[in-house]
Design a protein around this ligand. Structure first.
Ligand SMILES: Cc1cc2nc3c(=O)[nH]c(=O)nc-3n(C[C@H](O)[C@H](O)[C@H](O)COP(=O)(O)O)c2cc1C
Length: 313
């Protein structure tokens, strides 16, 4: 089974941030345990203050290609999250990671520090924090993950305050400089990378001529983004992550074990699943089983032996 920055996962599928509830609500409809294929669940992105998020509509189907969302980071805020949600991590039957977001570097620091302290005081119960760097910095209007300099600045603020949890940086797929950004994140202390977040997108109701999402634009996820992410993982693995032994969590449009296997061959050590959970809550189990059978057919005792195993022409 995969080991991510020293964290042993008992199954190769991780539930992506924002798609499983604030913490573990998805447990109502699927088996949140390694037997159910779930090696970890990632919380909703948490900010220092509570947020109601955007007006509706904020989730839409995007034809056969996936889903559009503009949730607007609705979350209970760090104080309520630590008080009311994190203690539940003890009874979740898989690993719990926490996603952190913000609109200033200090926002990220405040949340990460609180989660790290909770984990330290509770025997390391939260093994990892994932930084969602696709949020705009209120000062500059630019995303925290938008350039190597910005990601370095963010990590320089957060990294010194996180000692119990491993730090995963979740990158945006939109930058032409993605390899340089990944490299900067690694140099600034990222323990693992998640590739990738959603792709900015928009839908228009042709009858009313109005944008379908109240927020006007949103993020595209699901099958359409998958090949884009395969390529990003392939590039980042070969040009930045492999040499430093930094694991990649592949995320984007994984619907079945073949999609997951593609990410592994491109360079991922484990996969995350988001949109597919809305269509089929049994997806993690199917994917985990399929991956295990595939690994055996490929002569590998474990999926992790196939990381980066694409055979190039
Ligand atoms: C409804 C919804 C809410 C999401 N909320 C978050 C979030 O809070 N933080 C985050 O980092 N990503 C969030 N995402 C992005 C997913 O974690 C994931 O990066 C994206 O959906 C691509 O993966 P997928 O194609 O498997 O869904 C959200 C996605 C959806 C569909």
């Amino acid at each position: 089974m995969p080991t991510i920055a020293g964290i042993q996962l008992d199954a190769p599928v991780i539930l992506a941030a924002g798609t499983a509830g604030v913490l573990d609500e998805m447990g109502d409809v699927l088996d949140l345990s390694p037997t159910g294929g779930v090696g970890a669940v990632i919380s909703k992105s948490i900010t220092p203050l509570p947020r109601d998020g955007n007006q509706t509509w904020r989730i839409l189907p995007a034809g056969s290609v996936g889903m559009l969302n503009a949730i607007g980071l609705a979350n209970p805020g760090v104080d309520a999250f630590v008080r009311d949600y994190l203690p539940k991590a003890r009874s979740v039957r898989t690993r719990v990671f926490v996603s952190v977001a913000g609109f200033s570097a200090d926002d990220y620091r405040i949340v990460a520090q609180a989660v790290d302290a909770f984990s330290r005081d509770n025997g390391g119960i939260i093994p990892a924090i994932e930084l969602n760097v696709s949020c705009p910095n209120v000062k500059t209007g630019r995303e925290f993950g938008g350039s190597p300099e910005l990601i370095r600045e963010l990590l320089d603020t957060v990294r010194p305050h996180v000692s119990t949890c491993k730090l995963i940086v979740k990158l945006t797929p939109m930058s032409a400089e993605l390899v340089a950004i990944a490299q900067a994140a690694i140099d600034a202390g990222a323990d693992a990378l998640t590739l990738c977040n959603t792709i900015p997108a928009m839908a228009i109701d042709v009858h009313t001529r109005k944008p379908k999402l109240a927020n006007v634009t949103g993020g595209l996820s699901g099958p359409a983004v998958h090949p884009v992410v395969v390529r990003h993982i392939h590039d980042v693995y070969r040009k930045a992550a492999k040499a430093r032994n930094i694991p990649i969590l592949g995320l984007g449009g994984v619907c079945n074990w073949e999609d997951a296997a593609e990410f592994i061959l491109a360079g991922a050590s484990a996969v995350q699943v988001g949109t597919m959970l809305f269509a089929d809550a049994g997806a993690p189990k199917r994917i985990a089983r399929g991956l295990a059978k595939w690994a055996a057919k490929q002569g590998a005792s474990d999926v992790s032996q196939l990381t980066g195993g694409v055979i190039l022409p």
